[in-house]
Design a protein around this ligand. Structure first.
Ligand code: 0RA
Length: 651
């Protein structure tokens, strides 16, 4: 058969090069397929991809230092002291190893089959993807006594591999510099904090590796070093921060089982939440998976077994602790290294390998079991905590049954303090949660009783972040609120059960008022987040000043407005004083009579309400943690600066 021109041209390339063209063009055409997005996330992903390669060298025992630099033009350098990417000609692909790695998709495995590669899964698309998506990339390799150099433009080789000069034979490493392509990325500015968080995490996850991050951008200059001699132990200490711990030593194990590397660190604090993080090959498995299941079931089993074996069982022999009980106050990080991870789930962050479950389960059973035997004081502290969690769980169940019964939409069961409205259509109805009995009284008199209900709250309600659920539910004010709203809480919350579509928090404009408001918002956030999501929670805005002249009176909601009104009333002399102008500063809601309260704060025609939004639940959670955590100072600052999670909305 006669050869066509096309076939002859094709033959002029070798197989490897054809793949080059096809491969990297595909990456540039559909970058999202390889790095997830071309916005900020994707931009940072480029750095992680290169760093992952260096981490692989470290895990194979050949590198212990990785340096990352953000240059003035948002180009990046990643430098390591590993073996250096191979530079010899690949026997099949007929090009230097480094060129193969940089220009062929998934070339990694082609020249190092036996090494223990753990990066993979989410990242692990290969450094060639970074090359394809960079306007320019340069690589320096110290290997075999020479420094080699090569560079690329948008994935294409610009200059062939060359030797720059001699180095000492012991000196090895790889340095990659790249500038993300403005034709590809919509965001080109690196966020120091994002890189910092990931590099710090990598240092915890890869014990002993020193990672530095340097920012050279004008005005941003800084440099940090991340190094965790104790690995995950230090990560757990970092996570527990200033919390009070139940035992000093972080419980730690590191081993290998069935070819799976397993590292676990855990420490209990006296709080009520569970903070367990899991990783597979350095990737955060947000959705958990088999490894996490193995850990959780072993933990529950080991602790229950310890109770059975010890005399504790006699005291409390009915108790079988649940997983939730034994994880109350637990901070733990589990990291496994798996050769061929199967990632599943919505965001591909759930491990599917079944062998990981049995390996982790058996290791935690054995090693944690003997740890507890050898450390009875630690064991007892943990068991005390879990036992009291179990008792609280039981008490909470009873309390919940009680509120559930009471919350039937039966008017007879509504709390006595509630002045309910006469309409019954929830979409028309609103409830004011009012600080104090006296303001509550004014609100009851001033309201439009057709659609406005008033619930006065006495004193401060309980801090729901610091108290356990049973205590929260036994608090009188809290129970009253739950019953009045009528939609239940937590798992049993039903949005369509809510009796009001506006739940309006009305507190004094002082620090105490801000505190009560914060406590209420924390309560809603923790117990009825759906209510915030639905946009049903509001904050009333009472005026701060009354400005009057003779029979004319106006209300001002801030000082600027006060001065403006005073100026107007003052006949244009701008002083606001004298001339019979009376300025009253409201210190509390109680200083307003019912009529004033209605006109300024409750009348839908004139009032301003702030709608509480939860656009970013994670951010809200952080804010509440800051507010309600153990540190007093940030809470004080926050309260003084007022609610940040409320967005202005005229209703
Ligand atoms: C394949 C084989 C060998 C090293 C590497 C890849 C390697 C890649 C990168 C990327 C960044 N830093 C890196 N360091 C090493 C080693 C082959 C050998 O020496 O036997």
């Amino acid at each position: 058969m006669a050869k066509t021109t096309d076939e002859r041209d094709t033959k002029a390339y070798d197989a490897g090069q054809i793949q080059v063209l096809k491969g990297l063009e595909a990456v540039r055409k559909r970058p999202g397929m390889y790095i997830g997005s071309t916005s900020e996330r994707g931009l940072h992903h480029l750095v992680y991809e290169v760093v992952d390669n260096s981490i692989d060298e470290a895990l194979a025992g050949h590198a212990d230092r990785i340096a990352v630099i953000i240059h003035h033009d948002n180009s990046i350098t990643v430098d390591d002291n590993g073996r250096g990417i191979p530079v010899d000609i690949h026997p099949v692909e007929k090009m230097p190893g480094v060129e193969l790695a940089m220009t062929v998709l998934h070339a990694g495995g082609k020249f190092d089959k036996n090494s223990y590669k753990v990066s993979g899964g989410l990242h692990g698309v290969g450094v060639s993807v970074v090359n394809a998506l960079s306007e320019q990339l340069k690589v320096w390799i110290k290997r075999g006594g020479n420094e080699h150099y090569m560079d690329f433009v948008r994935g294409d080789t610009r200059s062939k591999l060359k030797v720059l000069g001699k180095v000492s034979g012991k000196e090895t490493g790889t340095k990659v510099w790249f500038k993300p392509d403005a034709q590809i990325f919509s965001v080109l500015t690196y966020n120091y904090g994002t890189l910092q968080a990931r590099l710090r995490e990598l240092s915890f996850l890869n014990k002993g590796v020193t990672i530095t991050l340097k920012d050279e951008r004008p005005g941003e200059e800084k440099e940090e070093t991340f190094h965790a001699k104790g690995g995950l132990r230090e990560m757990v200490q970092h996570l527990n921060g200033s919390k009070k711990t139940l035992h000093n030593e972080v419980i730690y194990l590191e081993t290998e089982k069935d070819d799976i590397g397993i590292e676990l660190a855990m420490q209990y604090n006296d709080g009520y939440s569970e903070n367990v993080f899991s990783f597979v090959n350095n990737i955060n498995t947000h959705e958990g998976g088999t490894h996490l299941t193995g850990f959780k079931s072993a933990l529950t089993r080991v602790i229950n077994q310890y109770i059975q074996k010890s005399s504790l069982a006699k005291k409390d022999k009915e108790t079988t602790l649940t997983g939730d009980d034994v994880r109350e106050g637990l901070t733990a990080v589990l990291s496994v290294k798996v050769r061929e991870p199967q990632f599943e789930g919505q965001t591909k962050t759930k491990l599917g390998n079944s062998e990981a479950e049995s390996a982790v389960k058996s290791v935690v059973n054995d090693l944690l079991g003997s740890y507890l035997d050898e450390h009875p004081r630690v064991a007892n502290a943990i068991i005390d905590k879990a036992m009291s969690a179990a008792r609280a769980r039981e008490a909470a169940r009873k309390a919940r049954d009680l509120t559930r019964k009471k919350s039937a939409l039966d008017v007879g069961n509504l709390p006595g303090k509630l002045a309910d409205c006469s309409l019954s259509d929830p979409t028309m109805c609103e409830i004011y949660l009012v600080e104090g009995d006296s303001a509550g009284g004014s609100a009851k008199q001033g309201r439009d009783r057709a659609f406005q209900a008033i619930l006065p709250l006495r004193g401060k309600i309980i801090n729901v972040e610091k108290a356990r659920i049973d205590k929260v539910l036994s608090n009188e004010e809290i129970r009253t609120i739950i019953t009045a709203i009528g939609a239940g809480i937590k798992e049993e919350f039903r949005l369509d059960g809510t009796r009001y579509h506006k739940i309006i928090i009305m507190t004094d404009a002082d620090v105490d008022g801000a505190h009560i408001r914060t406590l209420l918002l924390t309560f809603f956030f923790r117990q009825m987040p759906e209510l915030i999501d639905a946009g049903f929670v509001y904050i009333a805005q009472p005026p701060l000043f009354r400005v009057a002249k003779g029979k004319e009176e106006y209300y001002a909601y801030d000082m600027a407005e006060r001065d403006e009104i005073a100026k107007r009333l003052g006949g244009g002399n701008g002083n606001g004083d004298g001339k019979g102008i009376n300025i009253q500063r409201y210190k509390g809601l109680g200083e307003m009579n019912p009529e004033q309260l209605w006109r300024t704060t409750m009348d839908p025609e004139h009032r301003t309400l702030l709608k509480v939004s939860m656009e970013d639940a994670v951010l809200a959670d952080n804010i509440f943690q800051t507010l309600m955590g153990d540190d007093v100072e940030p809470r004080r600052v926050f309260i003084e600066q007022n609610a940040r999670f409320a967005s202005n909305l005229d209703v």
